[in-house]
Design a protein around this ligand. Structure first.
Ligand SMILES: Cc1cc2nc3c(=O)[nH]c(=O)nc-3n(C[C@H](O)[C@H](O)[C@H](O)COP(=O)(O)O)c2cc1C
Length: 247
């Protein structure tokens, strides 16, 4: 199986919780025999869609913009499965990830069909690959992923590929907290296992998902207290640095 894995997180690999989960999942997929090609959108030059419809009219399937998106669309054409990853930014994907989707319209035809009672554009390719979706969030409740998950399933119904699995990790910033290392190791090992299970069994087991989504904090009050202490500590640290450099 050929997987094309697209990461829409803007932060560097070391601190990105999206990347931690994304890489762990893909490692499990590779162990199960999948071939994986990774595309980190933050390393690519992808201009905004300008809405000219050149890709639908003058040069069908080809965008007018000359940047890295052409190579990405060529790579995507060979995928059996796509893994999409993005942190939660304002209750949705990052602008970088959304821009990647906008710039994917050359994959579709301009014609409008009715699909399950709603309008849709037919894809140019015979088959659109299934999706596995990975996201992380700062807030501690899984409910925060609901709008993005609904959006994903809506897109799926309009022809963007079947959603086969979703991995959502709330309170993700705590994954950098040294006292929580044992739990984080467990989460990443379970995410790797999820990748292996997905390739070998076609699904992620419920018990594996429970480990990935386990609480990092004993309760919400502790989450709020620790998160706010962290921000105070960081604000103070930088205030002291500024004062020292001015002294
Ligand atoms: C611009 C911006 C918007 C964000 N919006 C949300 C949000 O709506 N809900 C949430 O729970 N976290 C939000 N966060 C927090 C991130 O999801 C969180 O920091 C996450 O760990 C970032 O992923 P990364 O570690 O891969 O960069 C936001 C962060 C930024 C910078």
């Amino acid at each position: 199986m050929k997987i094309v894995a697209i990461n829409g997180g803007p932060r560097k690999a070391k601190i990105s919780k999206t990347t931690m989960l994304f890489e762990a999942f893909l490692s499990g997929c590779r162990q199960a025999g999948a071939e994986v090609e990774v595309i980190n959108l933050r390393e690519k030059n992808i201009k905004n869609c300008i809405g000219c419809y050149t890709c639908w009219i003058k040069t069908p399937g080809e965008c007018v913009q000359k940047d890295d998106m052409k190579e990405i669309l060529d790579i995507r054409a060979g995928a059996d499965l796509e893994v999409w990853a993005t942190p939660l930014y304002i209750f949705g994907p990052t602008a970088m990830f959304k821009n990647f989707l906008d710039r994917s319209i050359p994959m579709y035809q301009p014609y409008i069909i009715e699909k399950d009672g709603l309008c849709a554009h037919p894809p140019r390719a015979e088959k659109i690959p299934d999706k596995v979706f990975i996201s992380v969030a700062g807030f501690c409740e899984l409910d925060h992923f609901k709008p993005m998950s609904d959006w994903l399933h809506f897109m799926s119904g309009r022809g963007l590929g079947k959603v086969r699995a979703e991995i959502y990790r709330p309170a993700a910033e705590f994954m950098s907290a040294p006292p929580l290392k044992a739990k984080v190791d467990e989460i990443l090992a379970a995410t790797e296992k999820a990748g292996f299970e997905f390739i070998t069994e076609g699904d992620i087991r419920e018990e594996t998902m429970k480990i990935i989504q386990q609480d990092l904090m004993p309760d919400k009050a502790t989450f709020l207290d620790q998160a706010n202490k962290f921000w105070d500590w960081e604000i103070d640290r930088w205030k002291r640095r500024r004062e020292q450099s001015q002294a």
